[in-house]
Design a protein around this ligand. Structure first.
Ligand code: RB5
Length: 146
């Protein structure tokens, strides 16, 4: 799978670890930066991954900041994005199964690398459930048209 990934300074170290993990797992990784842990603004990086996903350059996105919250808020401003900020693999699976999330955002400061790897694995391996969830996701996406 082609995965676009980015972080801010607070998520930089964890982003580097996840890039390595994803490549080990055989994924093609588009690392949208930053290239070091100098202070940056997370919306500038959220938009790069969001646009990779909406353009089809990447199938899924991963964003890392201190909490993951700012990245999710920013990414969700881009039409077509359903970004979920999660702190457990169970929620990552549910974000895919129920919400058809196309970006997962994680915390570089409050969640361990081991848990973040499990989150990313669940996010990439879980399919959207469809059925009763499909109409709800359609209603979410219709909000962009209002
Ligand atoms: C940076 O200090 C921090 O605000 C950012 O990484 C993120 O946690 C925002 O949601």
């Amino acid at each position: 799978m082609i995965i676009s990934i980015a972080s801010d300074h607070a998520g930089f170290e964890e982003k580097q670890l996840l890039v390595g993990y994803l490549r080990e797992q055989g994924h093609e990784v588009l690392d949208r930066g930053p290239a070091n842990d100098d202070r940056v603004d997370y919306p500038d990086f959220a938009v790069l991954v969001a646009k990779d996903v909406t353009s089809g350059a990447a199938e899924r996105g991963v964003l890392v900041c201190g909490t993951g919250i700012g990245m999710a808020v920013a990414a969700n401003k881009v039409d077509g994005i359903r970004a979920a900020n999660v702190t457990s693999p169970e929620f990552a699976a549910l974000a895919r199964e129920h919400n058809d999330a196309n970006i997962v955002t994680v915390s570089g400061r409050f969640v361990t690398d081991e848990v973040n790897r499990a989150i990313v694995k669940a996010f990439l391996e879980t399919d959207f459930g469809g059925g009763r969830h499909a109409g709800r996701v359609e209603k979410i996406m219709a909000l962009e048209k209002e």
